[in-house]
Structure formats: C-alpha cells, structure tokens
Ligand binder design. Sequence first.
Ligand code: SIN
Length: 513
Amino acid sequence: MSVNIQDLAGRPVIIGGGIAGLMTALHLAPEPVLLLSRSPLGADASSAWAQGGLAASFGDDDDPALHIADTLAAGDGLCNEEVATRILRAAPAAIEDLVRFGVRFDRTAGGTLRLGLEAAHSRRRIVHAGGDGSGREVMRALVAAVRSIPTIAVLEGYEARRLLVDDGRVTGVLARSSTGPVVFATGRVVLATGGIGGLFNDTTNPLSSCGQGLALAARAGAALADLEFIQFHPTALDGPGRPMTLISEAVRGEGATIVDETGRRFLMAVPGAELAPRDVVARAVARHLAAGHRVFLDVSEKPGAAFAQHFQTIALACRRAGIDPAHDLIPIRPAQHYHMGGVAVDHAGRASVAGLWACGEVASTGLHGANRLASNSLTEAVVCARRVAESVAGSSGAGGKPTVAVEHPSSDPVTVRPILSRALGVTRDGEGLLAAAFALLPLAQPHGTASDPAIVGLMITISALLRRESRGAHFRTDYPNHAAAARRSEITLEAALAAARELAHAPAQESVI
Ligand code: SIN
C-alpha cells in the first residue's frame, strides 16, 4: 500500500505486529490507526511461534474461579487478584472474538473446542489451533483480517527508535525505515513489542525480541514493573541452534516424562512432578544438569504414536536435529521463554506517561505475578487488546507538536547477552547481579548501539538486586525464602541509573545486595 506519511498524522500508532498489536488495531477499527512493524507482518513476531494456545475455562468440569485459583497459585503470591479475575473471566469471550476474526481452533469430532492440559492447570483448558501451531494459525487469521480493513494503515519495515514526549505526554514516534528517519506526530501510542528473549543466549523467542518496547517506555519516563520475573521454559530442545526450539508443555500434558541419562524420573519427588509450576520444573532440570546429568523428555510411551500427529512442528524439529522421538529420548534444557515484567499498566493498559498504552508481553498488568501460568499470555493479550482499544478510542488524540528528534543508532544486544545470561538465569545471587550491574552501566550510556539493551538489562538487574527473597521465577541462592510480605516492584530508568551509580561508588555491602 502506498501511503503519504503526512496523512497519517494524529492517528493512534501501534508499535508491533504480533497478536497484541493486531488485535488492538482490529478493535480500534473503523477508527483510523497506524500499525508499525519492523518486519513483514507475521514474519518476526514471537506470537507466531506460540505452540501452547490460549487458556480459558470452557470445559464442563471447569469454571473461571478454578482458572483464577490456578493462576494465583502459580503466581506465587504476586498476582493482582482483581486483574486476574477481570482478565480470566473475559477469556472465553475473547476466544470467541478470535473465532469471529477467522481463527480455526482445533475441535473434537462433536465440534466443541478440543481442550489440552498444561502444567499447573487443574483442568483441561488450553485451546490450540493446528496442534502445536497455535500462534501461526492465530497470526494467519489476524493478519488477513487487518489487511482487509482499509482504516488500518500498516507500515512494514519501520522500527520505532524513540517516543517523543513533551511536558509528560507523548507527542510522537521517531521511527526508521530503509529510506531514513521519520517522525509520526501522535498523542496516542500503544506498545505491543513483545518480550526480551533476544537478551539471552538460550531463548525460545525470536532473537530480535530485545525489549525494545521497554527501552522506549523507560526513556519516555514510564514506570516498569516486576522486571526481575523472567520465565524459563524447562523443555527447550538442547542443541546448537539459536533460538532454541520449544517443546511444548502440552507434550507433558499428554503424558511425556522427564528423565535423566539413567532413565530416572527425578521430578517424581516434587508435588505435581512434570506438571508442577514451570519455575519449579525449570529449577529442578537446571539443578540436575548442573550436577552433571543429562536431561531428556521421553515421549515414547505417552503420547507415544500420537506425538508425531499432534505435535507436528516439534516432531519436525526433532527430525531435523537427528532425533526420532518414537525411539530416542529428546535432550532438553531450560531456556528464557517469557517476561512477566513489563511496562506498568492500569486496567485499561495505560502506562504512567500520558498518551502511552502497552499490551501483550511488553505490559505488566499484574495477571502473571511471579510466574505465569502456561498459555495465559495469549489470552491476556487478546482480552487486554479490547480494553486498550476502548481506552485509546476514548482519549483525545491531541498530543501537541512533536519535539525535534535526533537520530539514534539501531540497537545491538550482542554485548549485553552474555552478561544477562550469566547473572539472570534460573538462579541468581547478589554477587552475580552486582557484577552484571557494573558491566551494564557503561554500556547504558546514550548513543552506543548497546545502549537500549543495556538500559533494559540494567533495570532488570537492579530490580533483581532489590528483591531480597525468592519467589516464583526469581530464585536467589543468597535469599532462598519468601519475604514476609509479597509486593510487586516498580522502577524507572532514572531510579535504576541512580541505584547503579551508587552501587558503583559504594563498596559491595550486604545491605545493598
Ligand atoms: C508451551 O507450549 O509449553 C508454552 C505455552 C506458554 O508458554 O504459555
């Protein structure tokens, strides 16, 4: 589509072309909106890679109250119950929205939704599409729906570099395309940029997901929340390929077991065994690996012959890695998978800076607490996109005139990746976090290519240093227990930089780490 950039001035701008961004655009229609995507729609979004589906209480034996209870239990005391109630009660209707937009979910012979099981769910409630290709099918339908609506202008190949802010409110977006920098004047911006996997060596996310939305929001002055809570998936296919191939929890939901090189199911002693909450399984696998064992997924008995049929994407990845799951054990290790933290948002997805919203993985609504329940994130993105769209539509677009923008270099996470991978893995400690903060601070200086990934890494590191307890996915060997009171965390870029500078000048003390 050929568009005149000037004609787009004043439209709400959605940054990101994954499920959260597309759904927000669809709910905003017919209000004219501009969607910016770095890559062709569907090509680079972690949404498209999702194997697990969407959690919603459809089953005859299920009820939203049970879904909420499972979510709160997995979240280890840190979920916002009111948020969880609001989002999860709306989940079944949000899935009906997706059906209306053309998503073909897997169904039983009787035509009802086929419901799968994943870890820490007390009922079968995961809706899939195309077996383990749920994200791909949802994206196919939503991209087609977005392209069919003339009021949604999609600019592909545009990377947002900075939010322009004047007097505490958004006035525009500075972006870059192959033809150079461009400013979009707007008083309403929705971040839907996804997660942070590209900041880690071992991740199941696209390597291009480097926390760009967090950097944009932080530089605009917005508060970020719960950044220290990073989810590691216990069963990524262990091998040289990066990003790593996910082996969905749904495979364990269908009976696959986790064993070591002796064939021992070492998780049997853990309540819930292989279907314990994801943080618990990831730590058990990581510990077993660190103790010198090898760890595998065994699908030979269960799901057995059904494996290759139900999990075609995974079966293909195994075959490409030279593994025949019918006979061979599948080598696994934990990998960064999801960020519970994000831009702190209210019930309507509003950030702390006027004119800024966030939706999907980049946002922190309070639903996930310290450890996200499997398949709650696509559900959250779809439910919240509607709320965000309603809020954006109900807000004045007046943002004033954008300030003159300076070009910024594109960001490169390569120097940040080893620092975060070392210090912010499945287990952490004060010494390692402090070393990471010292290493990140010089990289965070403005104008370097590492600056954006480094400020995100630094904010995560300082949040992890300040949380002197273990809870959910944040496990500190030097503080292995829960603190007496559960509290969510919030941080701004200014506060993180001040804390890091103070640490750099102070000798390492027990009181600061
Ligand atoms: C999975 O399929 O195991 C991942 C689902 C999720 O991360 O929610």
